[in-house]
Design a protein around this ligand. Structure first.
Ligand code: GLY
Length: 306
């Protein structure tokens, strides 16, 4: 059984005091997804359940614990793609859905559309029986404090990339099907209505059984301009090696737009690839050859960052 799973918990300069929680959250997510795969479950289920674990963990910028926008509100984006059928589902700027990855999954299966936003996405959630929450339930004290500090400091200026705890997962199931998903609260102090790469097919995520699957994390504006997830998958098709493909795509991302971010990917053969241009990327993975999940903060040397 050539099953595999890899998850990311964001690529940025993760402060030392938050690193253990990032590793624990990624490990729990990968183990949950792995249990689905070993039980013979589909890659889509493994991805959704793994991402729900991270959405529910307040350390990540996804679900509860997400960054607040300029108005002090949480707006969530998520997407999923099925590598067997190329069916995709995505949502953006939802404020009352605690697990937007599950809403993206319902869009994938139950809607004739690929992408729903805002109030329309929430109406769809209610129509398909997903619970709606109080927007305040998604806000944690850490994020409220950061938002208040930014407001007190004037709050204006061009948004800069700081943290990106966006979460994502890629899985290969026993039937040989690939799936990918991503979920985020977006960038800190973003303009209300801003959407990044996370839910955009080809930018934040892409899956095709015939070539591979990839999920991205990092500065969405840069990732969108370089269509990074599809770039990674195209490189897997060209080079036949997931790890080299991830490195080549990140190297292009850095060279072309000074990109700050990271990617995870899986080839149709079950090989995992990871690469990032930021100092750290939180991640976890397991393949059929491994006795247990490996979870860690991946580091880039200062030399490589140049
Ligand atoms: N990659 C997350 C975002 O830019 O929204």
């Amino acid at each position: 059984m050539n099953i595999a799973i890899v998850v990311h918990g964001g690529a940025w300069d993760i402060p030392p005091e938050l690193q253990a929680e990032h590793v624990a959250g990624c490990r729990a997510a990968a183990e949950t997804g792995w249990a689905v795969l070993t039980a013979g479950g589909p890659a889509l289920d493994a991805v959704e359940t793994a991402i729900r674990v991270m959405e529910n963990h307040p350390v990540f910028d996804a679900g509860r614990g997400s960054h607040l926008n300029r108005d002090g509100e949480v707006e969530l984006d998520a997407g999923m793609m099925d590598g067997r059928t190329l069916m995709a589902g995505a949502v953006a700027a939802v404020r009352r859905v605690a697990n937007p990855i599950s809403l993206a999954r319902r869009v994938l299966h139950d809607s004739p559309h690929v992408f729903l936003v805002g109030a329309g996405a929430e109406a769809f959630a209610a129509a398909v029986g997903l619970p709606l929450c109080d927007p305040d339930d998604l806000i944690v004290e850490r994020e409220r404090g950061l938002w208040q500090a930014r407001r007190a400091a004037g709050g204006e200026g061009r948004p800069a990339f700081g943290s990106a705890d966006t979460v994502g997962a890629v899985a290969l199931d026993a039937a040989g099907n690939l799936a990918v998903g991503n979920s985020t609260g977006g960038t800190f102090f973003k303009h209300p209505g801003r959407v990044g790469d996370t839910p955009l097919i080809g930018c934040g995520l892409y899956a095709d059984n015939t070539v591979g699957a990839a999920a991205c994390t990092g500065w969405g504006e840069q990732i969108m301009k370089t269509v990074l997830a599809k770039t990674v998958v195209d490189q897997i098709a060209l080079l036949g090696d997931a790890d080299v493909a991830a490195e080549v795509a990140i190297s292009y991302f850095k060279r072309r737009v000074g990109g700050l971010g990271g990617v995870i990917c899986i080839s149709p053969a079950g090989q995992i690839g990871l690469a990032h241009s930021t100092p750290h990327m939180a991640h976890a993975y397991r393949t059929a050859e491994m006795p247990a999940v490996v979870a860690a903060i991946r580091r880039v040397s200062r030399k490589e960052e140049q």
